[in-house]
Ligand binder design. Sequence first.
Ligand code: CU
Length: 199
Amino acid sequence: MKKAISAIGAVFLLLVSSHGGEAGRITGTVRGKWVEKYQVVVFVQNAPSRKAELLAERPVMNQKDKTFVPQLLPVVVGTSVEFKNSDPFKHNMFSPDGERYNLGTWVGEKGRSYTFTRPGVYRQLCNIHPEMLAYIVVLETPYFALTDKEGNFEIAGVPSGKYLLRIWGEKLTKEQLARTFNVVVEEGAPVSIEIDLLR
Ligand SMILES: [Cu+2]
């Protein structure tokens, strides 16, 4: 019995120390008719930067079955995205938005990469298949998250402070895109927020 108690004590200590002095967490739910099918990116507008840690990540935008995967890719400015083609036929990769890029047309898994240096929403298109469309959202903040099929999201590792949350999604109206949500983040106490887009 004594052994069991000390084991529980050790687990408890571990949980406490993994939170201690670190950062806060923002969890929440976006409510909208289409959240099951269309993801929303939730991001902290005015948070301090920690770009360097994130730029090592290289997210992938793939093409499979004439569909871009993922359909919505949020990245922090400065990130290099790897573009791939998993189909056995040619695709093209271009965007008419922001910096504008055209990575060319190719077949085969060998990827090409592009580094985003300007924030904004980039439509990802293929000039061979006009029905193909995805979005790359280049953010000035590293603190962002995508909603799941229930509209839930979690942004981890946010330093304590008062922030404004914003949202982006292809189904959002201009008014919804302009909305901001106040949050106060404290260490070790996750803050929860509900974003109602049904109204
Ligand atoms: Cu294509």
